[in-house]
Design a protein. Structure first.
Length: 464
């Protein structure tokens, strides 16, 4: 069985080494496509753990390709930010602050699991307009709190995951991408989409226009998401009858608030303020996250042993850094531009109706998501072509821009590596990969139906 899983991982690099490269794509970039597909197969088939298979692929690939592009992802600030988010999350566990917040929330809102799901959705929605990174918002703020609630109820990745933790984990990813679509400032990639739409299609997407267009379809999906996942991925624990006893006992065991908890609260507030005011201060969310971790180490809230003991963070560093570096190499080598040119040769959308043309563009945008490990790389590399294709159709440019802008958010749910929030929630270990992808795909289909059956008619009705 192991050797069967390794066959595709070996096949693609060999195939792209044998097949002559196109004139518009250099040979090293063409060979890198084979490595990228091998990595993708490795993450899907998992003959070894994600980190191990990546190290194996990198080790052999470095024998025949320039190692610099292969390992460039490990120097990416985004990769290091993800590590810092993992370790910050651990600070909530080590200090006990996460459990303290969890017990307080349990005491007030913890009568049933569905209520907790809606509380998570409301929390992320309130933070979304002012936090330009859904990774920092969901991975650094919302999810750590609710994961601690799950652990306080005896639901851990290695034991009792389906009790409540798995439900809250997949819901967090769905909610994160929903709030990212609801507000233009809910995700950093949105600003890239807006600028490209303005430059290529001459569409002026302002903050209020975005919100007005999103409030019904995106808001509806957000309202339904906790209930839908509660039905199709039901948690074992539905009603918490002794919630007050659990909360009181837990708070007594924690004792009075410690020095480390107080410092963590201060740095947490400063971190949130830093993420919220990034557009004013000019300080991006990644440096804020790294500075957050630096403060925790400087004031000894965390030790070096705490940092190196967070195995999930370093495993993610290996597999995501390798994948991200390969994606960057393909983008710089012009492979995505070449791929779009190939697609254009087989697509003539001029004869299609407005809905059909938008449907084809959205379908393409979703189909290629498996090749991208970040929303930003996806939008920067592929949306110029999709917008250009859109200009050859009968569809209204604003509807094309809005449809693709929103699909950039919810489309990330197809995989666990399509967005930083997905990487973070999946790596917690609560939800198996097949289940993660299946539930994500179901929610993508629901989003597509809502945006096409309700969203576009709504835009026409209000005159957008």
């Amino acid at each position: 069985m192991l050797y069967l899983k390794l066959l595709p991982i070996i096949f693609f690099p060999v195939l792209f080494w044998i097949i002559p490269h196109p004139e518009s794509v250099a040979a090293p970039t063409w060979h890198m496509v084979g490595i990228y597909l091998a990595m993708l197969c490795g993450l899907v088939l998992r003959p070894f753990t994600d980190a191990v298979i990546m190290l194996i692929i990198l080790g052999f690939a470095a024998l025949v390709l320039d190692p610099a592009p292969l390992f460039a992802g490990f120097g990416s600030p985004m990769v290091w930010f993800i590590i810092s988010a993992f370790i910050i999350c651990k600070a909530f566990v080590i200090t006990g602050l996460g459990k303290r917040i969890a017990y307080l929330l349990l005491k007030r809102y913890g009568k049933n699991t569905l209520t907790l799901g809606y509380l998570m959705m409301v929390t992320d929605t309130v933070l979304a307009p002012a936090t330009g990174s859904n990774m920092s918002r969901s991975g650094g703020i919302t999810y750590p709190i609710f994961r601690n609630i799950a652990e306080a109820l005896g639901s851990k990745p290695e034991e009792g995951s389906r009790k409540i933790g798995a439900y809250l984990t997949i819901l967090m990813y769905v909610v994160s991408m929903g709030t990212s679509s609801l507000f233009m400032t809910g995700m950093a990639t949105n600003s890239i989409t807006v600028s490209l739409a303005n430059e290529i299609m001459k569409v002026n997407l302002e903050w209020m226009t975005w919100f007005t267009a999103a409030v019904l379809p995106a808001g509806l999906v957000l309202l339904l998401a906790p209930w839908i996942l509660y039905k199709i991925y039901a948690p074992e624990l539905k009603t918490i009858s002794n919630v007050n006893d659990i909360a009181e006992k837990g708070l007594q065991e924690l004792g009075p608030v410690k020095r480390e908890e107080k410092l963590l609260i201060v740095f947490f507030i400063l971190g949130v303020l830093g993420w919220m005011t990034g557009s004013l201060t000019g300080i991006a969310f990644i440096p804020v996250g790294l500075a957050f971790l630096a403060c925790l180490l400087l004031f000894r809230v965390l030790s070096w042993n705490d940092v190196v003991s967070e195995k999930a963070a370093w495993q993610t560093f290996v597999w995501y850094g390798a994948f991200y570096g390969c994606a960057i190499a393909l983008s710089k080598g012009g492979f995505y531009v070449y791929l779009v040119e190939v697609i254009k040769n087989y697509l003539d959308l001029s004869h299609l109706s407005e809905i059909s043309a938008i449907g084809v563009l959205v379908f393409i945008s979703l189909a290629v998501r498996y090749f991208f490990v970040s929303n930003s790389a996806f939008v920067v590399s592929f949306y110029p072509v999709l917008f250009t294709l859109g200009m050859t159709t009968q569809a209204h440019p604003m509807y094309i821009a809005l449809s693709l802008a929103f699909s950039a958010g919810y489309g990330a749910l197809l995989t666990h590596y399509g967005n930083g929030a997905g990487v973070f929630t999946f790596s917690s270990g609560y939800v198996p990969q097949k289940t993660f992808w299946l539930l994500g795909t179901v929610m993508v289909l629901i989003n597509v139906l809502v945006y096409f059956l309700i969203g576009i008619p709504y835009w026409k009705l209000i005159g957008i």
